[in-house]
Design a protein around this ligand. Structure first.
Ligand code: ATR
Length: 283
């Protein structure tokens, strides 16, 4: 590709960035649609975030992704924040237009799209059981509540955090939400009332690929089981679920669709999600 002064830039701000999959995914998508844009990872220390962001508004940047540790801090420097990101309390995508910055959070909507595309089903009216209480859980649970899930159970190793998140969801969305004690018979009761189970913890991620956040005996074939872990693509939880006859949704789909949502925010063009999947499969 030829890079010129007309080439538009999209950044990824974080520290440290390690081996993020986003540059590969977005650059493949830009190339596929012959868009004169490039996606560049930029390591930014917390104390430099404001200066870097201000500088980006004076350059060819059309937007950027934000990752650890800046997802909350970035909100101070934005001119506007959309409703989802406000409710979640974190931003992972920023669009720059006429020098103004607008923040979004595509993690939850990326999960929702991955669920709906993979299952050809709607989340509306479903009872959802979410394991974990970190940033990913917040984005997913808040988005599902805003998209009319019927009821949400939050189950976390540290119960106080589950209580806090459940309160926050109820306050912001008026959806029924309950904290469930981890490793307790409350889990069995809640699962009997669940349609969709989602792991948002890192349990099962490489190299601990034989670990699962839930005992296989608790899985029932009525459940749709989703994991946001994408390395390995099929986690222990998903393998167990498949063996029990459950419908499953892999974490790679969430990674692709949160990227596709961000791509569409920056470009106003439908993202080639099939290309984005393809390039990550070989990565
Ligand atoms: P992220 O922002 O990526 O979601 P995070 O904020 O570090 O990540 O959150 C990780 C979540 O996984 C937390 O809910 C954590 O539980 P605690 O709140 O008790 O720490 C959960 N988690 C991580 N390792 C776990 C394990 N081995 N067993 C159970 N839960 C675990």
């Amino acid at each position: 590709m030829i890079i010129s002064t007309k080439t538009k830039l999209v950044g990824l701000l974080g520290y440290p960035l390690g081996h993020s999959m986003s540059p590969v995914m977005h650059n493949a998508a830009f190339e596929n649609l012959s868009l004169d844009k490039i996606y560049i990872p930029i390591e930014v220390l917390p104390e430099n975030l404001e200066t870097v962001v201000k500088g980006m508004t004076k350059m060819n940047f059309e937007g950027f992704n934000v990752t650890i540790p800046h997802k909350i801090e970035i909100m101070k420097y934005l001119d506007e924040t959309d409703e989802y990101a406000r409710c979640i309390g974190a931003v992972n995508t920023v669009k720059i237009k006429d020098g103004k910055l607008k923040g979004y959070n595509t993690d939850g909507i990326g999960f929702l799209r991955s669920y709906e595309e993979s299952t050809k089903d709607k989340i509306e009216g479903k009872n959802v059981f979410i394991i974990g209480c970190g940033g990913a859980s917040r984005a997913v649970s808040m988005t599902l509540a805003l998209n009319k899930a019927n009821k949400i159970y939050i189950c976390n190793r540290t119960h106080d955090k589950a209580l806090n998140l459940a309160e926050d969801i109820k306050r912001q969305t008026k959806i029924r939400c309950e904290a469930v004690l981890y490793d307790h018979e409350e889990v069995i009761k809640a699962l009997q009332d669940t349609d969709v189970l989602i792991n948002t913890t890192s349990v099962g991620m490489s190299p601990n690929i034989e670990e699962s956040p839930l005992d296989k005996r608790l899985l029932d074939k009525r459940l749709t089981v989703c994991d946001i872990v994408y390395n390995p693509r099929k986690t222990r939880l998903l393998k167990d679920a498949e063996e029990k006859g459950c419908r499953i949704v892999e974490g790679l789909a969430m990674l692709v669709y949160q990227g596709a949502e961000a791509f569409e925010i920056w470009t106003d063009v439908k993202a080639p999600s099939d290309i984005m999947f393809e390039v990550l499969k070989d990565f």
